[in-house]
Design a protein around this ligand. Structure first.
Ligand code: NAD
Length: 477
């Protein structure tokens, strides 16, 4: 039984739900479904624990946070297998990248917390202003199922290191590694009440958490519709909203072609395509469009789909039947809209799967060409292994097409022309641009999006926006 962690104690609930391995259908665990009353208790515990934690000498607090990073590093094997079973993500990614990166989050913010320096603003010789960065208080940390441990720790590390206390709600579809995080947090010496975990659904547990008046900030990662609901319902709080995406990849004919092809494949098919920053709209200059489309589809057909626990598998199982219906529904929409299907398709690759995976939610890497920007498959977030290839004429054309979308999270550019790089960097409506590069994270940089992709940034000093309050002190000299 997976229990809630409230005030340092493991607490059962009257109701339970199951978490299931999406690749096999096996029930992995029963999970306590936190009631609104239990959510209130968790928030109260976080509120009570706040003053002592916030006032703990930063070096001491950072040591505990570092220790949590060490414990994650010591448990990469177990955590990655658990994450893969709970989500269907390929083990090659959880083990090699997603789980190890989580420990870096703790090391990084343990250091960052020691540098919480303010600014000074002298007013001639009359007055001196200085700023204090103080922790925000009780923070609700809400995560989605697509890379749960990574996303959860990306919030937990700055939140706790900067002196806040937390109530975390992980997605009901992927609670296991967050439960493990709670256990490691206790082992690291995080005091009771500083880090609480409540499990449950958005409409019940989640709603009780966001509405609680003692929650000072909400760091939310998830869908745009949920983000809008939270902002509209939660009242006056600080928000960081990391929402959906439909990120453009702009590939010019002067690019390093092989690298661009490789990166574009990885950008849409890694993490099962269930990735907020997926390069899901691939714009290719018309001079190389046919060659690119043919080779992209050939390569997509060769990607191994199947058992997420097999280290050779590149695309595992989608998270749920409901999500499989959504993704394959979009593939059908694409066909109806008149786009040309050149790899994959909506059928489950049943004949390629061993018996124990027959009920898994598998989708073959799917590629559409001859897509136009007004088609739903080009406009809406599919959140699965479905690539759309759209031709463009020139720089002005691709900027117009890339920006003609509700979302604005990541963007990717492939060209050798440095002038073009600078012009597009200014013009593209996105929170991030990766030039001749994969989506490589440097923890110091701002992560987040514009338009329907959210508000606020997390990472480095930018995490101060939600997890700290700057206070100005003005002194007469
Ligand atoms: P979701 O919005 O359905 O759920 C996200 C989390 O919010 C879950 O824990 C859920 O239980 C909770 N929730 C739902 N309703 C709630 C409510 N009323 N009050 C409080 N909590 C509530 O999203 P999802 O389907 O789990 O995740 C997929 C989405 O997440 C995609 O749109 C994806 O792009 C986005 N995402 C964004 C980023 C980013 O950094 N921008 C990263 C990963 C995923």
């Amino acid at each position: 039984m997976i229990k809630n962690l409230i005030n340092g104690k493991w607490v059962e609930s009257k109701e339970v739900f199951e978490t299931v391995n999406p690749a096999t259908g096996e029930v992995l665990a029963e999970v306590a479904h936190a009631s609104p009353q239990q959510v209130a208790e968790a928030v109260q515990a976080a509120k009570d624990a706040f003053p002592a934690w916030a006032n703990m000498p930063v070096a001491k607090r950072s040591k505990i946070i570092e220790k949590l990073g060490d414990l994650i590093a010591d448990n990469v094997e177990e955590l990655s297998e658990m994450e893969t079973k709970d989500t269907g993500l390929p083990l090659y990614q959880t083990r090699n990248a997603l789980i190890p990166r989580a420990s870096s989050n703790f090391y990084f913010f343990a250091e960052k917390a020691k540098q919480m320096n303010g600014h000074t603003y002298p007013m001639d010789d009359q007055m001196l202003n200085y700023t204090l960065y103080q922790p925000t208080g009780v923070c609700a940390l809400i995560s989605p199922w697509n890379v749960p441990f990574m996303t959860g720790t990306w919030k937990t590390a700055p939140c706790l290191a900067l002196g806040n206390t937390a109530v975390m709600k992980q997605s009901e579809l992927s609670p296991l590694t967050t439960d493990f995080l709670g256990r490691l947090a206790m082992e690291a010496g995080i005091p009771a009440g500083v880090f609480n975990v409540v499990h449950g659904f958005g409409s019940t547990t989640g709603n009780a958490l966001i509405m609680n008046k003692d929650v000072n900030a909400i760091s939310f990662t998830g869908g745009t519709a949920t983000g809008k609901h939270i902002i509209a319902s939660a009242g006056l709080k600080k928000f960081s909203m990391e929402l959906g995406g439909k990120s453009p990849v702009m590939i010019f004919d002067d690019c390093d072609y092989e690298r661009a092809l490789d990166a574009a494949l990885f950008g849409i098919f890694s993490i099962n395509g269930e990735r907020c920053t997926a390069g899901s709209r691939i714009f290719v200059q018309e001079t190389i469009y046919d060659k690119f489309a043919t080779e992209f589809a050939e390569r997509a057909n060769r990607i191994q789909v199947g058992d997420p626990m097999d280290m050779n598998t590149k695309v595992g199982s989608l998270i749920s039947q409901q999500h499989w219906d959504k993704v394959t529904g979009y593939i059908r929409v694409g066909i109806e809209e008149g786009a040309k299907l050149i790899a994959g398709g909506p059928e489950k690759p049943v004949h390629e799967l061993p018996a124990h995976l027959k009920n898994g939610h598998f989708v073959r890497p799917t590629v559409f060409r001859d897509v136009t920007n007004n088609m739903r498959i080009a406009r809406e977030e599919i959140f699965g292994p479905v690539a759309v290839l759209i031709p463009f004429k020139d720089e002005a054309d691709v900027i117009r097409l890339a920006n003609d979308n509700d979302y604005g999270l990541a963007s990717y550019l492939w060209t050798q022309d440095v002038g073009k790089v600078h012009r597009i960097a200014r013009a593209v409506e996105a929170g991030m641009l990766f030039v001749n590069s994969q989506n490589v994270r440097d923890l110091r940089t701002p992560f987040g999006g514009v338009k329907a992709s959210g508000t606020g940034r997390e990472g480095g000093d930018y995490s101060f926006e939600v997890f700290c309050e700057p206070k100005n002190v003005c002194i007469s000299m």
